[in-house]
Write a protein that binds this ligand. Structure first.
Ligand SMILES: Cc1cc2nc3c(=O)[nH]c(=O)nc-3n(C[C@H](O)[C@H](O)[C@H](O)COP(=O)(O)O)c2cc1C
Length: 270
């Protein structure tokens, strides 16, 4: 399955068919997760967990007892690094026919943290169920999707800009980058808020976070930075698939922002 297929076909799966993951799929996923990395070079430890053994649950998930979780040191850029690396795993799972849902809130977090043996300087940002999607969604899942308009995304021209924030970029004007930016547009985000904004300048893509209200906790943890990591992941792997060589750097181009947008990082053409 191509990366674009995986990106287009992925959706949050909250209703599974009750089958356990086959051993070969577990081994492939674990092998992939162990080798996965992120542009920040922050190590993340992944584990596949048995909900029955560890008393794990999520009120929105039915039909599977298997979850994956990751933990890491709570350091600068942990959110973006986690978003980037977990999304790689999510898309790989999709290519194997395994359903996932990013979960940051709707779970018994204490039980997951215990199962992951979380240290005091560590954080467990999100988990996901793993399983084979059921043919029919539960009523709760259908309602949840409606609640966050999960099947839609903001328009291309609301997200992407040509040189400066006052010039919306169209797919037609973005040339070789149009498929890559479309892959960013389709990315999943917390409550489907899509906080990413990208200014394309001289073929380089500068990523900004447009912060929503209520996403930063008192200790500074910003869940929308996880979304930003997901967007960076989609850009980089889609660029790779299109044969565009890019390199990630945090080097603020100093573009004027219209509001509270925060610079996150850039992909430069090599
Ligand atoms: C960082 C993050 C956290 C999320 N947390 C939850 C969650 O706690 N519970 C849940 O049901 N969905 C959660 N989601 C899933 C989003 O609601 C979903 O990705 C979004 O609505 C888009 O739908 P889609 O994934 O089907 O494309 C989360 C997604 C992300 C990226």
């Amino acid at each position: 399955m191509s990366i674009f297929d995986a990106i287009r076909r992925r959706r949050s799966v909250r209703t599974f068919d009750g089958r356990s993951l086959v051993r070969d799929d577990v081994l492939k996923l674990m092998d992939f997760a162990e080798k996965a990395d992120n542009p920040y070079g922050i190590p993340i430890e992944w584990k596949i967990l048995d909900a029955r053994k560890d008393g794990l649950s999520s009120p929105v998930i039915v039909g599977t007892d298997t979850f994956i979780a990751g933990k890491m040191k709570r350091v600068a850029h942990a959110e973006e690094a986690f978003g980037y690396e977990f999304e790689k795993i999510v898309l790989y799972a999709q290519s194997l026919g395994i359903g996932t849902t990013w979960i940051a809130g709707t779970m018994n977090r204490g039980a997951f943290e215990k199962a992951m043996d979380l240290g005091p300087d560590e954080v467990l940002p999100c988990v996901s169920p793993l399983g084979y999607p059921a043919r029919k969604m539960s009523l709760r899942e259908t309602l949840m999707r409606k609640g966050v308009r999960a099947d839609s995304r903001l328009d291309f021209t609301d997200l992407f800009f040509d040189g400066s924030f006052d010039r919306p970029l169209t797919p037609e004007a973005s040339g070789k980058l149009s498929d890559v930016l479309e892959a960013v547009r389709l990315a999943p985000s917390a409550v489907n808020k899509q906080p990413w904004r990208v200014v394309v300048s001289d073929g380089n893509a500068h990523f900004y976070e447009k912060p929503g209200k209520g996403y930063v906790s008192d200790d500074g943890w910003d869940i929308q930075k996880i979304d930003m990591g997901i967007a960076l992941c989609h850009f980089e792997i889609a660029a790779g698939e299109c044969g565009l060589e890019v390199t990630f750097e945090i080097k603020d181009p100093g573009i004027a922002v219209p509001g509270a947008e925060q610079y996150i990082g850039s992909f430069f053409r090599v």
